[in-house]
Ligand binder design. Sequence first.
Ligand SMILES: Nc1ncnc2c1ncn2[C@@H]1O[C@H](COP(=O)(O)OP(=O)(O)OP(=O)(O)O)[C@@H](O)[C@H]1O
Ligand SMILES: [Mg+2]
Length: 293
Amino acid sequence: MSVITICNHKGGTGKTTTVINLAAALGLGGKRVLVVDLDPQCFLTQMMGVREPPPQESSLSFMAHDADINTLPVARVSGFDLLPSSQYLTRAQKKLGGPMDSFWIKEALAAGHDYDVVIFDTAAALSVYTMNALVASEQVVVPVTPEYQPVVGAGQTWQTCQLVREKLNPSLSVPFFLLTQVDARKRDHAIYSQYIRETYEGRVLESVVRTSASLAETTRDGQTVFDHDVVSRGARDYANAADELSRYFFPDDVLETSTSIPTPIKEDNTPEAVPVGSGGGSMPHAWVPLNRC
Ligand SMILES: Nc1ncnc2c1ncn2[C@@H]1O[C@H](COP(=O)(O)OP(=O)(O)OP(=O)(O)O)[C@@H](O)[C@H]1O
Ligand SMILES: [Mg+2]
């Protein structure tokens, strides 16, 4: 069993897109996957075409003593189960300020369930829900677009994870970074990709997710990229990322999603991405080095 949080304190870095397509890829590889939408804005819930449920049937139901993951009202979507979010999470947060309120999800998972993988989608803001996810997780994946603000957000997320590991959850591994929305035509992307690879050496996935029309389109039609266009570059990129992550998360169990995805056909005239670590060049003038802690 693997419990994974997808997190970056900067918004719009591809967290929700990563959760959906990583879950779908793992589902295609035969894993039983539960996705939990912990973002009060409910984008993942909406993107999968699931109606926002009443609060007691949403991911908020985790935040109680008697939460039983086996009886939670999950929706069966494309290859995985989804516990949807509710906008009520924002209001409920005011009542969740106690010292033990970061442990609800960990407690609920410890009671036992049949999933091979649980994946949490989190909001950019560091909330009690994100803390619950990090306290319950063994793994963190940080989607990071190679631009200034997402890179700063990734550094902050790294620091949060270190704090959680020291104070609340010693089982939390050092995060993996997944470069997302990479555009090989942008010089800045090559520069920031190289910075990320040098700063977090050994924890940055070789696989990158390039900008992809099919990924942008799936946000509108309630499908994963594998439903939408299985030969697209988005499908290929997420299959590769899932395959690579599986080698870390399930070392005894080689996932075969990438071999089941056909070679992509070019869907637009954007050049294929070069290996991002090879971009080189000096840092932008405004660059402020981040402390890796
Ligand atoms: N590789 C990609 N290529 C093109 N568009 C993408 C890609 N990844 C994500 N997007 C688009 O970028 C936008 C932001 O993506 P997403 O919602 O996954 O980010 P997020 O980190 O979850 O955002 P938030 O912090 O608001 O929750 C969405 O419109 C999504 O469709
Ligand atoms: Mg999101």
